[in-house]
Design a binder for this molecule. Structure first.
Ligand code: PXL
Length: 273
């Protein structure tokens, strides 16, 4: 059987695990080829003060043109952190020529109710154009609120989430909203096509932030979906693996900055395949 491949479009932050430094090992561990395209080179993720940032927009264009000149195809195109509106446009143009690919968009732009530093206020409008050509979008709650111009509330009611997901399904058929905090748990909600929004998976709430959690979830989910696993099963498995990484990291005080110790959990992924 031909090996599956995912084109991962995301930044590389050298330190503080996130983005491609998470996607590459996770997707490789699932036996899938990870074709990586950096959108920027950072010394560390943007929560670290004083991070350096080198834009790679020109090289993105060159790389994607090269792939198209070779007629390369991808089972999945998974996008994460795109540094600018120009990059959104480049990705949109590339996707237009790749009807064969499952398009998964993690609209990375914020957390805790706020846009990450470095993004302009109107960035969510551009990201919506990418959602519009995606098969699956998976914002966290903050990003879902930013995309739909809805005020952020930490503990939303189901009807609030339904309103948000209804707006998002005007853009993408399938929507996954992550990081919805409940009393003792964190829930992942999903809406598949015309079906109702449902709570699809939960994990135990540990009231601390672990950098890279969203990227671990998104990379694992993209891998399972590309392997052909069912939508809901993929969400449940990705949530389970993310929870394993969180439990494993929970006692490490540095992890708030340096991120999840997912590397030491990769062997669990073999068992989950
Ligand atoms: O984990 C999302 C993410 C990706 N890339 C960069 C980030 C963040 C979150 O802070 O800073 C550069």
């Amino acid at each position: 059987m031909k090996q599956k491949r995912i084109l991962c479009i995301n930044d590389i932050s050298s330190m503080g695990k996130c983005s491609l430094t998470i996607a590459l090992p996770i997707i490789s561990s699932l036996g899938i080829e990870a074709v990586v395209l950096p959108t920027a080179l950072l010394s560390a993720h943007t929560v670290f003060k004083g991070y350096t940032f080198k834009d790679t927009t020109e090289e993105m264009k060159n790389t994607l043109n090269h792939f198209d000149s070779l007629g390369e195809k991808f089972d999945c195109i998974y996008t994460g952190y795109l540094g600018s509106k120009d990059q959104v446009k480049i990705v949109l143009d590339f996707i237009k020529g790749h009807k064969e690919s499952l398009i998964i968009t993690d609209p990375v732009m914020g957390d805790n109710g706020r846009l990450y530093s470095g993004f302009e206020k109107d960035y969510p409008e551009y990201m919506l154009e990418l959602c519009n050509v995606s098969d699956i979008v998976m914002p966290n709650l903050t990003e879902a609120c930013l995309l739909t111009n809805t005020p952020f509330v930490e503990n939303p009611t189901e009807s609030h989430l339904e309103r948000i997901s209804d707006i998002l399904t005007n853009y993408s058929k399938n929507v996954i909203i992550t990081g919805v905090k409940e009393e003792n748990s964190v829930a992942v909600y999903s809406k598949k096509g015309d079906s109702n929004l449902q709570k699809t998976a939960t994990s135990k709430l540990i009231d601390r932030q672990f950098h890279g959690t969203g990227d671990v979830f998104a990379s694992t989910l993209s891998g399972f979906l590309t392997m052909g696993k069912d939508f809901e099963e993929s969400i449940v498995l990705a949530t389970k693996f993310t929870e394993m990484c969180i439990n494993h990291t929970a006692n490490d005080k540095d992890s708030q900055w340096y991120g999840l110790r997912f590397e030491e959990c990769l062997h669990y992924l073999y068992e989950m395949k």
